[in-house]
Design a binder for this molecule. Structure first.
Ligand code: ATP
Ligand code: LTN
Length: 336
């Protein structure tokens, strides 16, 4: 009998900070569900990354469960995918330390997310914020990941993870798989509704983003107030008219329509009609997810069972990789 080739592995992570946004959905989460039949997937709620900025402990715990509920509400099947909390698999921290010793200060200094976040949190520029990309590299490399579905903002971090893997492999032989990125064709970078030159981020003020669990009237209000320009024509000109281009990207990503089609549909129509159409489309796309979310987020016993099984399955892969890494590097053997 012909043997089936093993499935390729996917890994991605989302921080449990605040409420997940439409940007997280279009840029990352939506693709997770599309990949679950073809690949062997791990999706992690990266709570250790979240504490690189100060978090309220009770709120962080709730946000972790909310994030897991959203993963499930978006259609991720916990049998097919390993869904788990990063901090419950200690090998992430262990590998991050080792990879720190294979990463240069100069590389970390170039990371634009570090620059942005240190400007945002000037009173707390901690070492964890600086080495954040190394923990992300550890997340990915720990599972010998082939493919990483992410938004465009994470491209630089993924490049670094690849460089670290190649550097490690050059010294110790083929230990890590060198991962590739998987980016959506449209919507890899959804922009803030209030400042369309910056990415939509869940840690920005509320009116800048649409949360996946925002009620329909809030979604409509936020979109009506989204910053555009005074041209009043629906044309895709991202350089000069980023606000309208962003709304068109949202519409295109969710409806599957091309930019040309959208331009034609709104020929001679004003921004009011256009924004309402975007709102209709967003509300319709999020409605089934919100319904599922309300049901799942109440079911704490179910969430607990997903958490335990995810943790165990992730740990068993992580443990095997670490045995190999520790041996290669020359660390003391673990006696079990
Ligand atoms: P924070 O504001 O707390 O830093 P965030 O909104 O940037 O968070 P993350 O948890 O860091 O969200 O990102 C999760 C995933 O969502 C990543 O793959 C990231 O690339 C993607 N993503 C985040 N924001 C956007 C966006 N505006 N457009 C497209 N993809 C995005
Ligand atoms: N750094 C990412 C979140 C993240 C991640 C990962 C994404 C942490 N570890 C591993 C993909 C793979 C972010 O800030 N969006």
């Amino acid at each position: 009998m012909e043997q089936q080739a093993p499935k390729k592995r996917i890994f991605s992570g989302i921080q449990p900070t605040g409420n997940l946004t439409l940007g997280n959905y279009i840029g990352a989460l939506r693709n997770f569900g599309l990949l679950q039949n073809e690949y062997d997937c791990l999706y992690s709620i990266v709570d250790m990354h979240a504490i690189t900025v100060r978090q309220d402990p009770a709120e962080l715990r709730k946000a972790c469960l909310r994030t897991m509920s959203i993963f499930l509400a978006c259609g991720l099947d916990p049998e097919k995918n390993i869904i788990y909390f990063q901090s419950q698999v200690p090998q992430h921290a262990e590998l991050a330390w080792i990879l720190n010793c294979f990463t240069y200060m100069g590389e970390l200094n170039r990371m634009t997310q570090f620059k942005d976040k240190s400007a945002k949190h000037a009173d707390n520029i901690n070492a964890g914020l600086f080495t954040y990309p190394v923990l992300m590299a550890a997340d990915i490399l720990l599972y010998l990941t082939d493919l990483v579905p992410i938004g465009a903002d994470q491209k630089q971090h993924l490049e670094l993870a690849r460089d670290i893997a190649l550097r490690f492999n050059a010294v110790y032989g083929d230990v890590f798989t060198v991962p590739e990125g998987y980016f959506p064709k449209v919507g890899a970078r959804i922009m803030s509704l209030q400042d369309p030159t910056r990415k939509m981020s869940k840690s920005d003020p509320d009116e800048c983003y649409i949360a996946i669990i925002d009620p329909p009237d809030v979604i409509r209000r936020k979109l009506r107030r989204a910053v555009t320009d005074c041209e009043a024509t629906v044309r895709f000109e991202p350089e000069t008219r980023p606000g309208v281009a962003n709304l068109m990207s949202i519409l295109s990503a969710l409806s599957g329509k091309s930019m040309d089609q959208i331009e034609a549909d709104f020929e001679g129509k004003g921004y009011g009609q256009f924004k309402d159409a975007v709102a209709d489309c967003v509300i319709a796309a999020l409605e089934p997810i919100q319904k599922e979310y309300d049901r799942i987020n109440k079911d704490k016993a179910y969430l607990e069972s997903v958490m335990v099984s995810g943790r165990e399955r992730a740990q068993s892969i992580a443990y095997r990789t670490m045995l190999k890494v520790r041996k290669k590097v020359g660390l003391a053997a673990l006696k079990l």
